[in-house]
Ligand binder design. Structure first.
Ligand code: ADP
Ligand code: MG
Length: 217
């Protein structure tokens, strides 16, 4: 994923002011920065949910900011997945049903097999018949990671994915990210949690609309 001189302006107010960013396959990158500094905006641009006011965005070798919304949606599918602070699971359905329903929407082949394998990876086999209400926050977030895996995404954009979790659960979610990262999935993660910075191989600070390397020391 590459940003070249990316600007984003909302209602005449510049939010991002010339962002240059380059992620390679296998990166596990973090973004920190004050509230309102544009971190979520940057993630939206990265996956083509929104368009920059100026500059170029490239994903998997293709320039996406010149594509139509339809083309961007198609291009994103199976390549990029988002994980948010809130899990957006279907409350009336069990863990495995949540994955199956999502997989059917995406027309995932060999769905049953894949759901089994993903529940294994997530460490949620023993929770497969549970509805979200009966899960811990960390377990719910792991189900949303399962959805991302089902989609086949090679890039996961996560916006404060542990914002609702206690430190132990947050650490577990990041350990799962690290495991998936070691299997070739690239991550760009916005977080406020200083204890989790140790997981990243690159950390950026977004402040005043400008991105810089961040050194936690
Ligand atoms: N769709 C939008 N329309 C107008 N202003 C927006 C929109 N999205 C974000 N903003 C503004 O852009 C700034 C950055 O927001 P955001 O990217 O959510 O920051 P962060 O995630 O770092 O807290 C904020 O001032 C916010 O109000
Ligand atoms: Mg945000």
């Amino acid at each position: 994923m590459v940003f070249k001189g990316v600007y984003k302006t909302y209602a005449g107010e510049p939010i991002l002011k010339g962002i240059n960013l380059s992620l390679r396959k296998g990166d596990f990158a973090g973004i920190v920065g004050p509230s309102g500094s544009g971190k979520s905006t940057l993630l939206h641009l990265a996956g083509g949910l929104e368009l920059p006011t100026k500059g170029e965005i490239h994903l998997f070798g293709r320039r996406i900011d010149t594509l139509s919304e339809d083309e961007r949606d198609k291009f994103r599918k199976g390549r990029v997945a988002y994980i948010f602070q809130f899990h957006y699971l279907l409350e009336d359905f069990t863990v495995e049903e949540n994955l199956e329903i999502f997989g059917k929407l995406l027309k995932v082949p060999n769905l049953g097999e894949k759901v089994n394998r993903i529940l294994e990876i997530l460490g949620l086999n023993h929770r497969r018949k549970y509805k979200p209400y009966y899960l811990s926050g960390g377990e719910r977030q792991r189900v949303s990671i399962g959805r991302a895996l089902l989609s086949g995404a090679k890039l996961i954009l996560a916006d404060e994915p542990t914002g609702n979790l206690d430190p132990l659960q947050a650490e577990e979610v990041f350990k799962l990210f690290a495991k998936l990262n070691s299997q070739g999935i690239t991550f760009l993660v916005v977080t406020h949690n200083k204890n989790l910075l140790k997981f990243f191989n690159k950390i950026y600070l977004l402040r005043g609309g400008v991105l810089s390397d961040y050194s936690p020391l």
